[in-house]
Write a protein that binds this ligand. Structure first.
Ligand code: GAR
Length: 198
């Protein structure tokens, strides 16, 4: 059974998609052991608790330096002996020491078709604003392994989503979540849990 930890910063709809997929058997051989947020107000923590899953917050604000936070965060993650770390809307840069230690064991969901609209500064709604600004007709989402770069690691799954006339960033964000993110993130976890992606 793959021990999974999910890292979150916000609403946690991707977390919810993972939990639902486990409940209905769309993800097998995996259990979510912990949900870790970087801010105490993240609704994702509430979703985890409602599901009977341990929900903890490690906030940079509680530490006097970034190094101190990074160390505390890594210690917390290590303590759960995880096989897979899922960044599901986690907006904190993963410490380099952690990337080395968990090589090919950290995956991230990004709300565009990488290499479009990714890298520093592209997160959340900003990604969809940029896509609309550029006038692309197709966007989507990507699940990839996390390496030292920003959104540069090996791609596991992608799914395209149509941009429609009159889309606002909010409307497009919701469509990308519904038609891509909530499908490919659980699928990637299932593939990894069943040894189909290494
Ligand atoms: C999702 O759209 C996810 O792809 C994005 O944040 C949102 C989190 O929503 N992640 C990034 O932009 C990472 N660069 P959620 O909390 O409802 O899952």
């Amino acid at each position: 059974m793959l021990r999974v930890g999910v890292m979150v910063s916000g609403g946690g709809t991707n977390l919810q998609a993972i939990l639902d997929a486990i409940d209905v058997g769309a993800i097998t051989n995996a259990q979510v052991c912990v949900v870790i947020a970087n801010n105490p107000g993240a609704y994702a923590l509430e979703r985890a608790r409602k599901h009977g899953i341990e929900a903890v917050c490690v906030s940079p604000r509680d530490y006097e330096s970034r190094d101190a936070f990074n160390q505390a965060f890594l210690e917390k993650v290590d303590s759960y002996e995880l096989d897979l770390i899922v960044l599901a809307g986690f907006l904190v840069k993963i410490p380099e020491a952690m990337i080395g230690k968990y090589a090919r064991r950290i995956i991230n969901i990004h709300p565009s078709l990488i290499p479009s609209f990714c890298g520093v500064g592209y997160y959340g709604l900003k990604v969809h604003e940029a896509a609309l600004e550029r006038g692309v007709k197709v966007t989507g989402a990507t699940v990839h392994f996390v390496d030292e770069g920003m959104d540069t690691g090996p791609i596991i799954l992608q799914k395209a989503v149509e941009v429609r006339e009159g889309d606002t960033p909010e409307v497009l964000q919701r469509r990308v979540m519904e038609q891509a993110e909530w499908i490919i993130l659980p699928k990637a976890i299932d593939l990894i849990a069943n040894g189909k992606v290494k």
